[in-house]
Design a protein around this ligand. Structure first.
Ligand code: CP
Length: 304
């Protein structure tokens, strides 16, 4: 197993499969009356969040607690970061308190990689800028495998604001490793430079792609990261790239609809589609706990 989880590219096929298989084992804990394993007793996991989060932060906290680790939740808001303390000094302070693993979310792409050079423990990237979110990709792959049986040859469309999406980048890398066929569907203005070198196809036409997919993953339009006009209006975006009821009806019967959350209901996804039986959005959150338990267990479980 690896020391840190900074990128989906850190995972080769056998390691990624080991994480997913371990997550399947961890999922059985959720069904027990006492949802705890003693595996990480005496270990400390620090959640170091410089950016807002609902799902990821709470999911890592629940995962660490289910493995009996001690958890320190650090939020930049209300900390000495407001007095100018650097990431390095904050990290070294938390390490001095005995952190075995640091889970970091930061608005700067590459912050987890820097952190991994400064601290002794394992570093897990919980989302860095517009770069990567590897545990989201793992929980998405877990959800696809649980719903559809296999990832090999699975046809996955990832739709929307790819430019600002760390979820898209990590999913493309991981799904390619696991044998899925990914198509990014986006307006040209919301595709990153160099996307032609990614291991996936690209389309500008959602309607042309929808009839031949097993999975459609809608991405949040990240307006808070947009300092320019990337499309004429929210209404125009929804008309061309939103998954509304009529479009969802054209999906193959077995196809599932995913979204990493948080959602802009009515923009990239219609409320009726988000709440439909095809949608795995709440399931993805539940699976996130099992996947993060697996990641923490595999990173820390074998260390003394
Ligand atoms: N999917 C995801 O990363 O959600 P949060 O921003 O709520 O953690």
């Amino acid at each position: 197993m690896i020391t840190h989880l900074l990128s989906a590219a850190d995972l080769d096929r056998s390691t990624a499969t080991l994480v997913l298989d371990t997550a399947t084992e961890m999922a059985t804990v959720a069904g027990r009356e006492v949802k705890k394993l003693p595996t990480l007793r005496g270990r400390t996991v620090v959640n170091l969040f410089y950016e807002d989060s609902t799902r990821t932060r709470t999911s890592f906290e629940v995962a660490a607690k289910r493995l009996s680790a001690d958890v320190i939740n650090f939020s930049a808001k209300g900390s000495s970061v407001s007095k100018g303390e650097s990431l390095k000094d904050t990290a070294l302070t938390l390490q001095a308190m005995g952190a075995d693993a640091v889970v970091i979310r930061h608005s700067a792409s590459g912050a987890p990689h820097r952190l991994a050079r400064w601290v002794d423990g394992s570093v897990v990237n919980a989302g860095d800028g517009t770069h990567e979110h590897p545990t989201q990709a793992l929980l998405d792959a877990y959800t696809m495998r649980a719903r559809l049986g296999t990832l090999e040859g699975l046809r996955v469309a990832i739709v929307g604001d790819v430019l600002h999406s760390r979820v898209a980048r990590s999913n493309v890398l991981l799904l390619a490793t696991l044998g899925a066929k990914v198509t990014l569907v986006s307006p040209p203005t919301l595709l990153p430079v160099g996307v032609g070198t990614w291991p996936c196809a690209v389309s500008y036409d959602l309607d042309a792609v929808l009839g031949a997919v097993d999975v459609v993953m809608m991405l949040r339009v990240q307006r808070e990261r947009m300092n320019d006009s990337y499309f004429p209006s929210a209404r125009e975006y929804a008309r061309r790239y939103g998954l509304d009821v009529a479009r969802a009806a054209r999906l193959p019967e077995h196809a599932i609809v995913m979204h990493p959350g948080p959602m802009n209901r009515g923009m990239e996804i219609a409320p009726e589609v988000a709440d439909s039986a095809r949608a795995t959005i709440v399931e993805q959150v539940a699976n996130g706990v099992s996947v993060r338990m697996a990641v923490l267990y595999l990173l820390l479980g074998g260390k003394s």
